[in-house]
Design a protein. Structure first.
Length: 203
């Protein structure tokens, strides 16, 4: 009996078809679409999304804007990729506030995560802000040495004392120089009750 190879069930690559779109790599930020935008306030939508997604793991941020460009969309930032993946698999296609959720990984790292791991760059800092001329005063301020490294004393200032020296009081070691507890005078204390004057409301 001769065995023949079964034909492949998948599509064969063809040069006439466009290249397959690269899938978005896993990310700890999820991009959620098809959210209701007209019937709910932004704060209520954020709270509802937080409550829904936080059942799968710690949610760091919920970014739901109601601008014309971002309405019906939100970004949910998880602490790690595993919980984001678990939430995406469980909630994609589920009904939320009367609409079916569409969830995928965000295309890039969220600003919240970038700030936490130290890779955040201010948007637009590469163009206009870098080309601004600095005045001499600005350069002297920004190029000045840190406060602790500046030379001590300037014109008209006394020299800076050394920080490591601890001065001990001369009479602190002798018991005579220390403060002494004073006894109260018995005549200052009186056992009489003094009546206080009361303000009358009848004026």
């Amino acid at each position: 009996m001769a065995t023949t190879a079964a034909p492949s069930r998948g599509l064969q690559p063809s040069s006439s078809l466009p290249a397959k779109v690269q899938p978005i790599p896993p990310n700890q930020t999820l991009y959620v679409t098809n959210l209701p935008s007209a019937k709910i306030q932004k704060a209520d939508l954020r709270a509802a999304l937080y409550m829904l997604f936080s059942t799968y793991g710690p949610v760091l941020d919920v970014n739901a804007l109601k601008t014309m460009q971002m309405r019906g969309q939100a970004h949910i930032v998880f602490r790690d990729v595993q919980t984001a993946t678990q939430a995406m698999r469980a909630l994609d296609g589920q009904t939320f506030l009367g609409r079916e959720l569409k969830i995928q990984y965000a295309k890039s790292k969220s600003h919240f995560v970038a700030k936490l791991d130290g890779t955040f760059k201010i948007p637009g800092s590469g163009s206009g802000a870098a080309n601004v001329e600095q005045t001499e005063l600005q350069q002297s301020i920004f190029n000045a040495p840190p406060p602790g490294t500046a030379p001590a004393g300037g014109p008209g200032l006394p020299p800076k004392p050394t920080a490591a020296v601890d001065h001990v009081m001369q009479d602190a070691g002798s018991p005579e120089g220390r403060g002494q507890k004073r006894n109260r005078d018995s005549e200052d204390e009186s056992d009489e009750d003094v009546a206080m004057e009361e303000d009358s409301d009848d004026e």
